[in-house]
Write a protein that binds this ligand. Structure first.
Ligand code: PLP
Length: 471
């Protein structure tokens, strides 16, 4: 006989608890989440939870939701169980804010229209080429072990040529391979900066959606932007030198899409040299230009070793490769490479070999041209839909590259509510608040991931949600 649904849910939760996967003290998923997971009504979930409560396995605790209070072992009186709940709130690194955690979870739900994802669509994934490259890597494979601390030499040589074509002249010994740009940021935060340093950054910024620098004891200090980039005259340095660094995304900024213009780049570099402020240049979106090639990186103007330059294959090719790079003075690179050895002994050799083949074979440049053409079509579809459906309720600028449109919703409708309502209707957007945007009235829409029809449908649905509210 088929088990009733509530019994399936009870058995599932009991198994999680008895295996220790949901340890004592941990919060179990919300009723809403469980109902979605098992595709049942909330009432079925409530029946299951009541039974588990009667068994003494879980308990509703005010302010904490439903929490595991016993496991089968403690109920049988056979001893000690660690309460991990205390530990998980005590680690050095801060958790992501709850909205970011919610978005991260929702991003793997492929039933949703993903207008949030900072990632290329599966439609733009060069599967055949990737298969060919992996095949070639496999045919040419020799025994491989740990790589050298800075990463595979051949890949670093290739990255050096790639950067030269973009105006940055750095030798392979000044390049360090990382498992994505985010790892470079993490290593900088733990390896280069004194505690209580101030990190200047554009406000809003991608960096606000992470707790990398704050967890390492740094303060973030937001600097306003205009449509030419960060406003240099707003960077007020705290008195002590050696305690400040600037983090900037000058090219197709995340989340606003702003491209820092040439004159502003010169002004910024001049200011940072004069004031001795080192710069982290996050340039992961550079190759996604749509109208014209962007000005050269800040790093191209760097004669003093003042800029730490970060790039990645995540936005242009595949975030799953986990390959990025950092270019900077050798002393910095060596320090961070040593730290990386202590953390993970280097990025995967297979990924490094695949990345090397992509970049050295010309296939990367070919692929990126295709991506740019497709992104132009996607951007147009998104802009047309915005014009058609959201014109009365929002304003936005046209991004010159990358895949984000930073949309300001008129104040009558609260973005937090829009985020929640949209999610309940199957559309995921990023509320501007996760990027520390002051008035809370922005959303970041991505045209990189969803299909063309989904982009249009998603934007239409957003307008319907706003309209319904105004009725
Ligand atoms: C500005 C910026 N830097 C870094 C990253 C992280 O990239 P990676 O996948 O290379 O770690 C992202 C991804 O969203 C980003 O937007």
């Amino acid at each position: 006989m088929k088990k009733p649904k509530y019994q399936i849910i009870i058995d599932f939760i009991k198994e999680k608890i008895s295996k220790g996967e949901w340890a004592i003290g941990s919060q179990i998923p919300s009723q809403r989440h469980l109902a979605k997971m098992f595709e049942v009504n909330r009432s079925t979930i409530i029946i299951a939870l009541e039974e588990l409560m009667a068994d003494g396995l879980i308990e509703g605790i005010a302010g904490k939701g439903t929490v595991v209070t016993n496991n089968t072992w403690t109920l049988m009186g056979s001893g000690f169980s660690t309460n991990w709940n205390g530990n998980v709130t005590q680690g050095i690194h801060k958790p992501s804010v709850s909205t970011v955690q919610e978005i991260n979870d929702a991003e793997s739900d492929n039933r949703l229209i993903q207008l949030s994802k900072g990632e290329l669509s599966p439609e733009l994934f060069p599967l055949k080429e990737m298969q060919d490259i992996v095949q070639k890597v496999s045919e040419q494979l020799t025994p491989f072990g740990y790589e050298e601390p800075k990463g595979n030499l051949k890949l670093r040589q290739t990255i050096s040529s790639y950067l030269k074509q973009r105006g940055v002249n750095v030798s392979p010994s000044s390049i360090f391979v990382v498992s994505g740009a985010l790892q470079a940021l993490h290593l900088i935060s733990i390896g280069l900066l004194k505690e209580k340093s101030t990190v200047f950054l554009e406000e809003p910024s991608y960096l606000y959606s992470l707790s990398v620098f704050q967890s390492a004891g740094m303060d973030l200090s937001g600097v306003p932007m205009d449509n030419k980039g960060v406003k240099v005259d707003s960077i007020f340095q705290t008195k002590e030198t050696g305690r400040n660094i600037l983090y900037t995304i000058p090219t197709f900024h995340n989340p606003t899409g702003i491209l820092m213009e040439e004159e502003r780049r010169e002004e910024l570099m001049e200011y940072c040299i004069r004031e001795q402020i080192p710069v982290i240049e996050d340039d992961v979106y550079r190759d996604l230009w749509l109208d014209n090639a962007p000005p050269e990186p800040l790093k191209a103007k760097d004669r003093h070793g003042n800029v730490l330059y970060i790039g990645s294959l995540s936005k242009t090719l595949s975030p799953g490769l986990r390959i990025g790079w950092l270019a900077g003075p050798e002393s910095v690179i060596e320090r961070l490479a040593d730290l990386k050895m202590q953390l993970d002994y280097g990025s995967s050799t297979l990924s490094q070999l695949a990345a090397e083949k992509w970049l050295s074979s010309g296939m990367y440049e070919h692929h990126i041209e295709h991506v740019r053409n497709q992104l132009m079509i996607r951007r147009q579809r998104a802009l047309d839909a915005l014009e058609k459906y959201l014109d009365a309720f929002a304003v936005w600028d046209i991004p010159k590259g990358g895949f984000f449109i930073w949309v300001k919703i008129k104040p009558a409708f609260k973005v937090k509510k829009l985020f929640e309502k949209a999610l309940s209707k199957g559309i995921l957007i990023n509320p501007g608040s996760i990027y520390k945007e002051n008035e809370g009235q922005f959303v970041r829409l991505s045209y990189g991931f969803a299909s063309l029809d989904e982009i249009e449908k998603g934007i239409y649905q957003l307008s319907e949600i706003i309209k319904d509210n105004n009725k």
